[in-house]
Ligand binder design. Structure first.
Ligand code: PEP
Ligand code: MN
Length: 335
């Protein structure tokens, strides 16, 4: 249920609604909107009777919410969420490209790529310090040293940083160092990790699990939001399929479908979706046309020497060209 307050409702009237919800044994979460505040009722095991609220001073409506992912759904919040960071807006018409290598390998590598992607128009640098690898013998990332390199990238280039937290220990370090915390596809249903990320004050980029339905993905986002973090970015990165021509199947229908269901911004990662550099630009263009709010792209200056995901990493020149193409596909481009 969503209790919608009059736009002139006083703080005391909002508090009275919160108090009433809590006295019923439920959780109240005030949600400031553009014009008015609404108070969400969470953790109610049964539907709540609207009559309990509609006569309260300052209340104009009590709307039942049918979706299980309440905070994520458009029933709860009609207008698009915009993620705001120093110097960056994402969503509500603001398109952002996040680019960089799969993994941070060393300072020279990270800075070389960062300068190139920045010059082409990327606003956020990506690069894993903690890598979820299928094989325990594959490169696992530089860990803390990688986070230090990412900080240096931010200092030298002004790019914001997104990097993955794999577990609660790395989450603490990533939350201190990065601007956006990435939760990877394999951890999309790691509920204790989601809870901890929901308690941070940093935006969270939530990848869709490779076997997850949209509903499961939204429920994962709900874990983050229910802990009080409203800054969630959904990222479609492809799901498992039977074909061998690409690593995954990029589900582009997820973009308009998620937009319809949820107010959260949605970005697309065609690199992990395809696993093949030649397929990345066409799918990136298709994602832009499908209406995503941004792209996450792997770029490497020497992909043949990359410690991970070289085959899907764009050469910087290819990235330049793709960025120019995006400019022509979207009014307003990537700025
Ligand atoms: C990544 O972005 O580095 C990554 C490992 O992606 P995913 O979780 O989508 O596989
Ligand atoms: Mn990768």
């Amino acid at each position: 249920m969503l209790v919608v307050m009059d736009k002139d409702a006083t703080q005391a009237q909002i508090e009275a609604v919160v108090h009433k919800i809590e006295s019923l044994g439920f959780t109240a979460q005030p949600m400031p909107g553009g014009e008015r505040v609404a108070v969400a009722i969470l953790r109610n095991p049964r539907p709540v009777d609207p009559a309990l609220f509609i006569d309260m001073p300052g209340v104009i409506q009590a709307i039942p919410v049918s979706r299980p992912y309440k905070l994520v759904s458009r029933e709860m919040k009609r207008e698009d969420t915009m993620i705001t960071l120093p110097g960056l807006e994402l969503g509500r018409g603001h398109f952002v490209v996040m680019a960089g290598p799969c993994a941070v390998e060393n300072e020279v590598q990270a800075l070389t790529i960062a300068h190139r992607v920045k010059a082409a128009g990327a606003r956020v640098f990506r690069g894993g310090a903690y890598k979820p690898r299928t094989s325990p013998y594959s490169y696992q990332g530089l860990g803390k040293a990688g986070l230090e390199i990412l900080k240096k990238v931010r200092e030298e280039t002004g790019l914001l940083i997104v990097t993955e937290a794999m577990d609660q220990e790395s989450l603490r370090l990533v939350a201190d160092s990065a601007d956006i915390i990435q939760i990877g596809a394999r951890n999309m249903q790691n509920f204790s990790l989601l809870r901890c990320a929901g308690r941070t004050k940093k935006p969270v980029l939530l990848k869709r699990g490779m076997y997850a339905t949209l509903e499961e993905w939204f429920m994962a986002a709900e874990y983050l939001m229910a802990e009080g973090n409203p800054q969630v970015i959904l990222c479609e990165r492809g799901v498992r399929s039977f074909g061998e021509h690409a690593r995954n199947l990029l589900d582009l229908a997820a973009v308009p479908a998620a937009r319809r269901e949820s107010h959260l911004p949605i970005i697309v990662d065609p690199s992990h979706a395809t696993g093949r550099r030649d397929l990345v630009p066409p799918l990136a263009r298709a994602a832009v046309t499908a209406g995503c709010d941004g792209l996450l792209l792997e770029v490497h200056h020497q992909p043949e020497k990359a410690m991970s995901d070289g085959a899907q990493s764009l050469y910087p020149d290819q990235f330049d060209q793709l960025m120019a193409e995006i400019q022509t596909l979207r009014p307003g481009g990537w700025k």
